[in-house]
Design a protein around this ligand. Structure first.
Ligand code: C2E
Ligand code: MG
Ligand code: MG
Length: 880
């Protein structure tokens, strides 16, 4: 039987109908059993056929019913799965229609809706989540979001039942399958409150840090900055990006940075907070800071850095110094000082008061000043005195007082009233000097005018008087006398290393020994810091020389400086004779001075006798100044070359050109003797120009003959004044061209100290030089106060470590640290390093170990003339 596609309902209805019809037919058959057999048979057949149809139909129906049940089960499973996902979403999820009526919500959304849903009409449920402005935003979005589209609304606010305001990102997703043929929207609510609160927190702490006047910062265990607040950035004049991630030496002077890092290390080692006073040196001033440093710990408690808070206490320190000074003045004043309150009750007195009056401080504190009165001045006197103080605030005059022992004394007193802003008297300050001590002081002044206060010896003016008198007397009696000029050797070192007090002690002892070395009629005087003179009346040359020798021996006896230092003073002594060497005090003194200078040059700790030759030498020294100008024109300058070698294997890598002066009759003069003079007289630019030209000429010829390898560099010293020359760059280019020297074979050396005083124009000039291809190096690096930040802005590519540090690095911790820091710093900046003054193999090994590329020094060779240099270094073929 061919049945059309029917629904289950239709089939069931049809089945019932068929059943009905079959029963009707069967009933009819029974009823008509009495009729003809044919009819009955036909009827029966029809019925059987109908029943057959019915049975087939029933089987089909049963099959169809089974399929339907399976499909319904699948659908139910899928629905359950999606419901589960919907319920488990970690976000509040709602399905709403275009008007915001909530169809479905998951438990989180349910919780959000909270108690409200019980009381509010279903339509109101979504809107109850929102407040005024957000309602219209959401309502608009609900209307506009199309099926399959997603819209995100940020910062939608919701106030919880507990009154807390939460902030959400609401995602609206238009649903495409819609069984009700109406618009439905899936809303997902992502809570952003915690994140926003975190951001606000962070902003709050940054604002807090930046609002502080104190420097707040943190470094990691390697000393790199993790954090710096505005006050610090403002102080160093850098942006946060320029500071964070950098070490301190990138913005502080190197020596300060090292000390600050040492304090950090203390905290890292001890894991304890410390409080230290620190300093930062600027170009002209020094600032003091009180710093609290503390370990920074992560959640596991491990220390990962150091935090610091530095308060500027410069003003406080200055004030402290000022106060100390005031206190020192108060304590050490030679005059008695009395401070009282407004009712003249004594608050403080100084030691001079006790000396003057015999009263101890304890005896008078709290008493009125009239305990000092002698009663020898009448009431009218005091009335007038107080009238003056009240009207003018000050009074000066003589007071007759009584000492503790009952004796009278007269003091010159100045009384001043100290008033507050309203003019009320707070204190009176009286400064009193005994008139007798004043007289003594006057006498002392007369003495001071003629005697040296430290040693008690006659001073220069008294000495001149005595020499003048002696000259007149000697002239009258046709006799002679000798003058010894004694200058201590290395006195400055004692002063600098052991301090001025020890220096003073030494001077007093020397004065004493000198007096012991001469007769009573001789005069010993001190005419300068460590300069003494001895006048020996009646002495001739042999006698004076004997005294000079005796003086040296006496001086050399060991003396105790400080507690433990045993010291043997040494001196250089010059000897001049009257009348042959000079006829005036000035002339004779100059001769003795020259002889003394000669003794110094000859090696100190000796005496020298003046000869006219010494005057000639001195005149010559004077002449250097004038002759140096001609020296350049007359080709008396020579360029010497000192090899620069690779530290790892000693292979030649270049040379430094060093000037010498072949001064006629004077041999080879070293630059130390004339560079200073040249600089002072403005000759240095011309001198450097000459050296440059001659050195390049020599280099050109070595290059042409193939003796100078590509990659080697000749460095030439330049003064910053050279950079000021307007045509410096042009001249340099022209000289390079003239001698066919490629720019890459040349390096200019400028001292660190000189560079510290550069102008922006000179910096630009340096940059232009580098652009030519010429390298620029900083000479004597480490002797100045330049910071890494400063170094970074300099257009240089090579750093020469000063020889003083190379000398000290194997024995002095400070020098070793400095060398290490310079090496790290230079390599960080990509600069090459040259170490100067290497004299020992151990120094070479140490520097090579640190990664210093090149070095020069006597270990390799001193500076040699061009010929010797070529012979020793250029003829042998060098590994490249
Ligand atoms: P500098 O540029 O630092 O040169 C290094 C000085 O150290 C040279 O002294 C060199 O002879 C010396 N020296 C090298 N190796 C050693 C060593 O192992 N031990 C010791 N103790 N000293 C060593 P020099 O030639 O007397 O020059 C002194 C300074 O004069 C130079 O110092 C430089 O600043 C200046 N100078 C030299 N030539 C010129 C020049 O042509 N122009 C200018 N402006 N200055 C120059
Ligand atoms: Mg140099
Ligand atoms: Mg140097």
């Amino acid at each position: 039987m061919n049945l059309p596609e029917e629904s289950v309902l239709q089939k069931t209805e049809r089945l019932a109908l068929l059943k009905q019809r079959a029963q009707a037919v069967l009933a009819q058959a029974d009823h008509e059993a009495s009729g003809t057999n044919r009819e009955a048979d036909a009827q029966h057949l029809q019925t059987l056929k109908l029943l057959e149809d019915l049975r087939i139909y029933q089987v089909e129906l049963e099959l169809q019913n089974q399929e339907l049940r399976a499909a319904q089960q699948d659908a139910e499973l899928a629905r359950k799965r999606y419901q589960y996902l919907f319920d488990q979403l970690p976000l509040a999820a709602l399905v709403v229609d275009g008007q915001g009526v909530v169809d479905e919500c998951n438990p989180l959304a349910d919780a959000l809706l909270g108690e409200r849903k019980k009381f509010v009409h279903a339509d109101m449920r979504l809107w109850s989540l929102l407040t005024g402005k957000d309602r219209s935003r959401v309502s608009q979005a609900l209307r506009s979001v199309a099926a399959g589209e997603t819209l995100v609304l940020q910062q939608v606010h919701h106030k919880t039942a507990q009154g807390q305001t939460l902030s959400f990102d609401v995602h609206l997703i238009g649903l495409s399958i819609d069984y009700k043929l109406e618009r439905r929207v899936l809303m997902l609510w992502a809570d952003r409150s915690a994140e926003l609160a975190r951001q606000a927190d962070q902003q709050f702490y940054t604002l807090l840090l930046d609002a502080s006047d104190a420097f707040m910062y943190a470094t990691d265990t390697q000393g790199k900055m993790l954090l710096a607040n505005y006050a610090l950035l403002n102080f160093v004049g850098r942006s946060r990006e320029q500071v964070v991630g950098q070490p301190r030496q990138s913005f502080l002077p190197l020596r300060d940075a090292i000390l600050h890092a040492e304090a950090d290390q203390k905290v890292l080692h001890s894991k304890q907070a410390i409080t230290v006073e620190e300093q930062v040196h600027g170009a002209h001033e020094r600032m003091d800071f009180l710093t609290r440093k503390f370990p920074l710990r992560n959640l596991q408690g491990e220390v990962y850095g150091v935090g610091g808070i530095s308060t500027d206490i410069t003003a406080l320190k200055d004030q402290q110094r000022q106060m100390l000074l005031s206190e020192a003045v108060f304590q050490n004043s030679a005059e008695a000082i009395i401070i009282t309150d407004a009712s003249t009750r004594i608050l403080r007195v100084n030691p001079a008061f006790t000396r003057l009056t015999g009263f101890s401080a304890e005896a008078v504190l709290g008493q009125k000043t009239n305990v000092l009165k002698s009663g020898r001045q009448d009431a009218a006197f005091y009335t007038a005195m107080w009238q003056a103080i009240t009207q003018t605030g000050t009074w000066s005059g003589e007071l007759n007082n009584r000492r503790a022992d009952g004796r009278y004394c007269t003091v010159w007193s100045t009384i001043n009233a100290v008033r507050d802003a309203e003019g009320n008297v707070l204190n009176y300050i009286a400064v009193q000097a005994d008139v007798t001590p004043l007289h003594n002081a006057k006498m002392a002044l007369v003495h001071q005018a003629s005697y040296d206060s430290l040693t008690g010896l006659p001073n220069r003016s008294l000495f001149n008087d005595r020499m003048s008198q002696l000259m007149s007397a000697s002239l009258r009696h046709n006799s002679s006398f000798a003058l010894l000029f004694v200058d201590l050797d290395r006195f400055k070192e004692v002063n600098d290393t052991l301090g001025h007090q020890v220096g003073d002690q030494l001077l007093r002892e020397v004065a004493h020994r000198l007096q012991l070395s001469v007769r009573a009629e001789d005069t010993v005087a001190r005419i300068g810091g460590d300069e003494f003179v001895l006048l020996l009346p009646g002495s001739d040359a042999p006698g004076a020389q004997a005294v000079a020798a005796n003086v040296l021996t006496k001086l050399r006896e060991p003396m105790q400086l400080q507690d433990s230092v045993s010291y043997r003073p040494m001196a250089s002594v010059g000897l001049a004779l009257y009348p042959q060497d000079g006829q005036t005090p000035d002339a004779l003194l100059r001769c003795a001075d020259l002889a003394m200078y000669d003794a110094k040059i000859e090696g100190r700790n000796r005496f020298a006798v003046y000869t006219p030759e010494l005057s000639r030498v001195n005149d010559k020294r004077f002449a250097i100044q004038t002759e140096l100008a001609q020296a350049i024109e007359q080709q008396q300058l020579r360029v010497y070359f000192q090899p620069k070698c690779r530290l790892s294997d000693g292979a030649l890598r270049g040379a430094e050109a060093l000037v010498r002066w072949q001064r006629p009759g004077n041999g080879l003069v070293l630059p130390g003797e004339f560079i200073g003079v040249a600089e002072k007289t403005g000759l240095l630019v011309a001198l450097d120009h000459w050296v440059m030209n001659d050195a390049l000429r020599q280099l050109g010829s070595w290059l042409a003959s193939g003796q100078w390898q590509p990659g080697w560099r000749l460095s030439i010293n330049q003064n910053v004044a050279d950079l000021k020359h307007p045509r410096m760059l042009e001249n340099l280019q022209q000289q390079l061209n003239q001698h066919r020297v490629p720019a890459s074979a040349l390096e200019l050396e400028l001292t660190e100290d000189a560079l510290l005083e550069h102008t922006p124009e000179q910096l630009a000039q340096l940059a232009d030089i580098q652009r030519l291809g010429v390298s620029v190096s900083i000479d004597d690096f480490g002797t100045g106060y330049s910071s890494l930040a400063y170094l970074r802005q300099l257009p240089v590519s090579v750093i020469k470590i000063d020889q003083s540090f190379v000398k000290g690095m194997l024995t002095h911790e400070n020098d070793a640290v400095l060398v290490q820091t310079i090496v790290d710093m230079a390599h960080n900046l990509g600069h090459m390093l040259v170490a100067e003054g290497i004299e020992q193999e151990t120094q070479r090994q140490h520097l090579a170990g640190l990664g210093v590329e090149l070095g020069q020094g006597f270990l390799f060779d001193p500076a040699l003339d061009a010929q010797a240099f070529a012979q020793r270094w250029l003829t042998a073929s060098q590994p490249s």
